[in-house]
Design a protein around this ligand. Structure first.
Ligand SMILES: Cc1cc2nc3c(=O)[nH]c(=O)nc-3n(C[C@H](O)[C@H](O)[C@H](O)COP(=O)(O)OP(=O)(O)OC[C@H]3O[C@@H](n4cnc5c(N)ncnc54)[C@H](O)[C@@H]3O)c2cc1C
Length: 413
């Protein structure tokens, strides 16, 4: 990118990060470009994450980075967590490595806030070192959007908790089976109460009664997705996260934080792909001059760059809001404000990133459509985030509509 001039410099530095965050971003970028970028295509082709890479990320404290020092993590702020999501996806535009990172980081952040001390001591130190992984086990076969309608049941029986239910389209099943770990999940504890009768808990994947199978996705090929069946799975009482029957609210808090990291990953993928496109059109010549000199090529690129910069502001504003909320302690109104900012970022970033990758593919011609070029990995990977992962786009619209119009106009009251 040496000849990219001002634009490349701006991409790296134009958001007002603190000096410490800028230094962190630089170090993370160096690590990601050295360790992740050269492995990205091979992981996509082999359909597996590189286990040695996960070890390296753990050694560098780049997994579960918000886990506080008392549980073995570096206790990073959420803006830093977003920086890592962006840089990881920029290096592996398929989004596979980024999804592993962000699910692990987002949900361990939530567990740090709401888990019992005993659960945190059991789970977080291993997650912080990458020795085990954490995911989110929310979506059910009948649908993921209607969380209050989930059918998975959690009951108290003789000093233990018993879980029965099914979950679908769950990321990280193969990775957690291999490395160890489990999921933050939600079940209904008082079915007649709807959202007010749900309990959040931790579900390890290696319990008797848990069975899994995988589904095949069109993108982020290195990462597994699948279904989980839980038949009379017993877990201890201290695996409850937050209070009994208050899990819906804990879960929503987790989703809003996770959506920020999802959006940061989309930004990173888009940036990586845009840079590939910029390099290509400066080199490729038609009619005696570089493609980049044609305004028919340059203008869509500029429009995409403008959209990227706008979405980046939304993403980092939402990350900042998460930090503010936890640092200052917020009330219900503040929490709803964070939810709206996260929904704005999640509404825009995945769709615009997909559009951005698609327009880069068009400007590259046939080469962009081949597997020699990583643009197609980005296009396939980033699509997962408008197709559904961490909440569908209409659910983001519902959250935003509720905030700007008022509760009385919400269809999902
Ligand atoms: C690659 C990938 C990985 C995933 N990983 C995980 C994971 O790790 N853990 C997990 O729990 N889930 C995961 N999911 C599932 C994801 O969370 C769901 O896709 C999402 O919550 C939507 O649920 P659904 O797909 O069942 O769609 P549905 O709930 O069936 O909805 C279908 C469509 O209708 C829209 N819709 C729903 N209700 C309304 C309404 N009232 N008004 C207007 N539109 C509406 C939705 O936005 C969606 O577009 C993953 C999904 C993908 C694609």
């Amino acid at each position: 990118m040496s000849s990219a001039g001002a634009a490349a410099g701006w991409m790296a530095t134009d958001f007002n990060l603190t000096a410490e965050q800028e230094g962190f971003k630089k170090a993370v970028r160096e690590f990601c470009q050295k360790e992740i970028a050269p492995r990205a295509r091979a992981m996509d082709t082999k359909r597996e994450l590189d286990e040695a890479l996960i070890d390296k990320m753990g050694d560098q404290e780049l997994l579960g980075i918000c886990i506080p020092p008392e549980y073995g993590g570096p206790g990073a702020d959420y803006v830093s967590a977003a920086i890592v999501a962006e840089e990881v996806a920029r290096a592996d535009v398929s989004c596979s490595t980024a999804v592993m990172y962000l699910v692990d980081t987002g949900w361990s952040f939530l567990l740090s806030k709401h888990g019992s001390n005993q659960l945190k001591e059991e789970v977080l130190p291993k997650v912080a070192k990458g020795k085990s992984l954490l995911g989110i086990l929310s979506t059910e076969p009948q649908g993921g959007s209607d969380v209050a309608g989930f059918k998975t049941k959690i009951t108290r029986e003789g000093g233990k908790l018993v879980v029965n239910g099914q979950k679908s389209y769950i990321s990280l099943i193969r990775e957690i089976s291999r490395r160890g770990g489990g999921y933050f999940t939600l079940g209904t504890s008082e079915p007649s109460l709807g959202a007010k009768g749900m309990t959040a808990f931790y579900m390890p994947l290696d319990r008797p009664g848990v069975s899994t199978n995988l589904v095949e996705d069109m993108g982020r090929m290195a990462l597994s997705t699948g279904n989980i069946d839980m038949k009379r799975v017993e877990i201890p009482e201290h695996y409850v996260v937050g209070e009994w029957n208050k899990g819906f609210y804990v879960g929503m808090e987790g989703f809003q934080a996770a959506r920020v990291l999802v959006s940061a990953a989309c930004i990173g993928c888009w940036e990586g792909v845009l840079e590939m496109g910029m390099n290509y059109i400066k080199e490729r010549e038609t009619f005696g001059h570089p493609l980049a000199m044609n305004q028919g090529i340059q203008f869509p690129l500029v429009d995409s760059y403008a959209a990227l910069e706008a979405d980046k502001l939304l993403v980092y504003r939402a990350a900042w809001a998460v930090d503010e909320f936890y640092r200052k302690g917020g009330n219900k109104q503040d929490s709803r404000r964070v939810a709206m900012l996260a929904a704005l970022a999640k509404l825009k970033a995945p769709v615009d990133a997909f559009q951005g990758c698609s327009s880069v593919m068009d400007m590259m011609g046939a080469y962009g459509y081949t597997t020699k070029c990583d643009v197609e990995m980005g296009l396939r990977g980033v699509k997962s985030y408008s197709a559904g992962a961490e909440g569908g786009q209409n659910i983001m619209r519902t959250i935003i509509g509720r905030e700007i119009l008022g509760d009385e106009y919400s269809p999902n009251r």
